[in-house]
Design a protein around this ligand. Structure first.
Ligand code: ZN
Length: 343
């Protein structure tokens, strides 16, 4: 059937309008300094001969589902994480072992050769992920097994990470991969004192925290240091317990101003920040405006002055302290670290 001229014009006008709106949205995001807001992550299950292979893979699939839910709830509609890609199993054998693992000859502790592992992943999987999370079925390192985040590049200026840099090529990515998480030994993660469902939420919470280390907390000074802008925990990379972030995944408290010079830590469901533990629907961890600003998901106008009290201790809900009342503004942060910029 021939398209009538009138129809053609209508379609053309519609297409122009759609493109116009799209350009307008892009322009507005640029103007407000909004960076990337949608992220993709893949899971690697690195395993030595594993009798529970099938069960562990299924549990990791479930972990992925819950982690996506936890992350997207925390993102408050400003950032989202797509974890739909199936768990990628990498089996260690005699051919690839030397590329993937390193054994310390002194104490026989096993370490990851992270470049080798990520490159192995790219042999059969596309370079379309912003993050990769690695799980093992064996212990890593000589001490207690701990999760961590490794930055492979930084695309955002003004967040205390220096200028833009990119090391992703050494991992086999063409500038896409931002960083990876090591999440731990599945035998420890899934053999906990908690019910299975709750372990998924705990891992989801851990994944939230490790992933957001891509952007923080690197601004300001550490509690107890000789600085003047005390935003960080004394050990660095997390928010100071005295910073009123609403129990952000990166740390900080949720302080109630009692109006008489005292402040009390509010209750919270999160396992990590001193709450009762994660109880599925009770789980309400969200990113603070300041953290979303570092990620590049909200403009500086969205970040209200943040209450800072004098407290550097453990976050135990119900704790009451006496403190002066101070606010830290986004302009103070910008004058110390520069304007947040991204490409
Ligand atoms: Zn952390």
């Amino acid at each position: 059937m021939r398209l009538k001229k009138k129809h053609f014009i209508l379609v053309a006008v519609f297409v122009i309008l759609v493109i116009g709106f799209w350009l307008l949205i892009c322009f507005n995001k640029r103007k407000n300094g909004i960076c990337q807001t949608h992220f993709k992550m893949a899971f690697i299950y690195l395993l030595e001969n594993d009798l529970n292979q099938q069960t562990n893979t299924e549990k990791l699939e479930q972990t992925k589902k819950i982690s996506e839910e936890v992350f997207n709830y925390a993102g408050r509609g400003f950032i989202t994480l797509d974890l739909s890609y199936p768990v990628v199993k990498i089996k260690i054998n005699n051919q690839n072992k030397d590329r993937l693992l390193y054994t310390d000859p002194n104490n026989l502790a096993i370490y990851l050769k992270d470049q080798g592992i990520v490159k192995e992943f790219y042999i059969n999987n596309p370079d379309e992920f912003d993050f990769i999370s690695i799980f093992t079925n064996f212990k890593i390192g000589a001490g207690a097994s701990e999760a961590f985040h490794a930055l492979l590049q930084n695309k955002v200026e003004g967040i205390g990470m220096g200028m833009r840099w990119d090391n992703s090529a050494n991992y086999g990515s063409k500038g896409k991969l931002l960083g990876y998480n090591y999440m731990g030994d599945v035998n420890l993660i899934f053999t906990s004192e908690f019910p299975e469902e709750r372990s998924y939420y705990m891992i989801g919470s851990l994944l939230l925290q490790e992933t957001v280390h891509q952007w923080g907390a690197f601004i300001g000074d550490q509690d107890g240091s000789s600085g003047d802008l005390f935003l960080q925990h004394a050990s660095g990379a997390h928010w100071s317990p005295g910073l009123n972030t609403g129990y952000d995944p990166l740390g900080g408290g949720d302080w109630q101003d009692n109006g008489d010079g005292t402040f009390t830590l509010k209750p919270h469901a999160s396992y990590w920040w001193g709450g009762e533990g994660i109880n599925n629907s009770l789980f309400k961890e969200v990113f603070s405006d300041l953290t979303l600003y570092l990620i590049g998901a909200v403009s500086k106008e969205k970040v209200n002055p943040i209450l800072k009290v004098n407290y550097a201790g453990v976050l135990i809900p119900g704790t009451t302290i006496t403190s002066e009342k101070k606010y830290i503004t986004i302009d103070e942060i910008i004058s110390k670290h520069g304007v947040r910029l991204c490409r």
